[in-house]
Every structure is written in structure tokens, then in C-alpha cells.
Unconditional design. Structure first.
Length: 152
């Protein structure tokens, strides 16, 4: 499965979600069934939640600015859902953050990115409680950066 983006006009992007078939060796564009969907954006962090068979996106940059919401695309129902944090703090709006899926704890971890400034923080979004928590790693930490890649 692959998430793509298509440039429509100057700084306008739209989500296009594709699924691949190893047998047919082709791509199929998935059309959301109905309901609300995230605002078109670029440079969002995206992970695959293997437990619930869905793609999770965090943040990104829209025409209205940087975002910090979490959205899930369910591949079983072809629907989007915004995962609104239950309570507490959340990461600052950003784009080019790095995200990975922590299968053992059923959560998404994000690190870095840029927005109002450049970030070097680490956050976890727990899919069971829909809550963010911030980590404070011990020194030495890597230098501040954005647009990184991670594999989990």
C-alpha cells in the first residue's frame, strides 16, 4: 500500500491512496466511502497500523498552515476518522516530522519536524487511549533536524 500526493495548483495538494496487488502487479486507487476527510496537505508523517489495518497520518502543511491532528484511514471500510486526543498536551503543529509504528505498545511515535521552529522532541500517540505523551530522552540527543526517515 502506498500513500501518494498529486500537485494540483501552486501549493494545493490532495490525498490519493493506492493499494497494490502482488498477484496482479498493479495499483488500485482507493476512494473513501463517505464522511469527513483530512484537509489536503503535504509532508505529513504516515505509518501503517497493522493491528487495525489502517494508515495513520500526523501533521503536515496545508494552505492554511501547519497541522497537528491525527487521522486514520481504515482499509477495511475505506473511511477516514479524526483521532481526537482525549486530554492533555499535544505536539506543536509541524510538517516533515518522522513517524514510526510501535506495534508492541499500539502507538505512533513522532520525532522532529519543522513549523514555527525546528523540533527535536519525541511524542507518542496511544491508539487505545487516544492520548499524547511526550518523552524526554537522555542526552546526548541528535541535532535538530527535519525530513528524516525511520523504519520500524
Amino acid at each position: 500500500m502506498k500513500m501518494g500526493r498529486a500537485r494540483i495548483h501552486a501549493a494545493v495538494f490532495c490525498f490519493a491512496i493506492f493499494s497494490s496487488s502482488a498477484v496482479a502487479q498493479d495499483w488500485l486507487k482507493l476512494t473513501p466511502a463517505s464522511g469527513e476527510a483530512p484537509t489536503p496537505r503535504r509532508n505529513a508523517a504516515a505509518i501503517y497500523d497493522s493491528l487495525d489495518h489502517r494508515m495513520i497520518i500526523f501533521g503536515g502543511r496545508t494552505n492554511a498552515g501547519d497541522r497537528n491532528e491525527v487521522w486514520a484511514f481504515d482499509f477495511s471500510s475505506n473511511t477516514w476518522e479524526e483521532l481526537t486526543p482525549a486530554t492533555g498536551d499535544a505536539p506543536a503543529p509541524r510538517f516533515t516530522a518522522n513517524g514510526i509504528y510501535d506495534a508492541a505498545n499500539h502507538r505512533m511515535l513522532i520525532w522532529s519536524g519543522q513549523g514555527a521552529s525546528f523540533f527535536n522532541d519525541v511524542w507518542a500517540f496511544d491508539f487505545t487511549s487516544n492520548a499524547w505523551s511526550q518523552f524526554t530522552p537522555a542526552d546526548p540527543k541528535p541535532n535538530i533536524r527535519y525530513g528524516t526517515v525511520a523504519i520500524s
